[in-house]
Design a protein around this ligand. Structure first.
Ligand code: PLP
Length: 281
């Protein structure tokens, strides 16, 4: 398979990263993961906007124009004949002798790769168990950085407990999942944490908020508590590869009797319709 390295497409085993790359030493970089349906990169534009924002928030130089980066991501999909799967794209601040402050004379390092994965396989995992985990991350969770240890440790906890996701909370407030956003349904209305510094503003989150509005399901972007989560009519997570995924059990406590609820089914149906529409393009 081919990977993107800076401005070139090369064999994966030809790609070399400097051991002093700041992505490697400090997690000093940003990324995006995008899903591909029938060779179309889903919601490419908002992903690129978010990438640009992440770069801006970290004062990270983009070595090529956004148009150029976007073209190369599309080309990466083509060159690998990726029909269904994931495109991973990252930019680090580059290689320099190790010191914490920004180096002056280095250029950012761009890499990208793809994973082939059929959507039907992912569909089979719909409906997951979750566990609660302390949100021990920093206070700029709105930036999509490579620093993911807080997320990794939470996901590991979930994995060890046989769950598919860790739902994070700061004290009593539910923030998001370790790699997803969290929604609850109360009396037919959606509630999800507002897009502030405590969560990543998921592209799927935004898309689902849009779907909900189209379906005239009321939405509230406000914080909610662990108690509201556990007593919700429905709970689901959203994310690039999860799409809309019902959470059927949290810490051993069943949600909606352990089956997907009617709002979830409506949103999944609307999501599926969108994917079918893209496939027909
Ligand atoms: N929140 C976190 C912490 C994530 O890592 C992700 C995705 O990886 C999401 C939310 C969902 O974002 P998106 O819908 O853009 O994939």
């Amino acid at each position: 398979s081919f990977v993107l390295y800076q401005d070139q497409f090369i064999e994966r085993n030809q790609a070399k990263v400097d051991i002093e790359d700041r992505g490697y030493q400090f997690g000093d970089g940003i990324y995006e993961a995008m899903i591909v349906y029938s060779s179309h990169i889903f919601l490419l534009e908002p992903h690129m906007k978010r990438l640009e924002r992440s770069a801006h928030e970290l004062n990270l130089n983009l070595p090529y124009s956004m148009d150029h980066l976007t073209r190369n991501i599309k080309r990466l999909v083509e060159i690998n004949h990726l029909t269904d799967g994931i495109v991973y794209f990252q930019i680090t601040r580059g290689a320099a002798p190790r010191q914490h402050y920004f180096p002056e004379n280095t250029s950012s390092v761009v890499t990208g790769s793809v994973v082939h994965k059929e959507r039907s396989a992912a569909q089979g995992t719909r409906g997951i168990k979750a566990v609660l985990a302390d949100d021990i991350r920093w206070l700029r969770c709105d930036i999509k950085t490579l620093n993911l240890l807080g997320n990794v440790l939470a996901k590991q906890k979930a994995h060890e407990e046989g769950a598919g996701e860790a739902i994070l909370h700061r004290e009593d407030t539910v923030t998001e999942g370790s790699s997803s956003n969290v929604f609850i349904v109360q009396n037919g209305e959606l509630v999800t944490h507002p897009a502030d510094h405590f969560i990543l503003n998921g592209i799927t989150r935004l898309f689902v908020l849009d779907l909900a509005r189209r379906l005239t399901i009321p939405v509230h972007e406000r914080t909610f508590t662990i108690d509201e989560l556990m007593n919700a009519d429905e709970v689901f997570i959203t994310g690039t590869s999860n799409e809309v995924n019902p959470v059927l059990e949290i810490n051993g406590h069943l949600i909606n009797g352990g089956t997907p609820g009617s709002i979830e089914r409506k949103l999944i149906e609307a999501f599926n319709a969108e994917v079918e529409w893209i496939r027909a393009l």
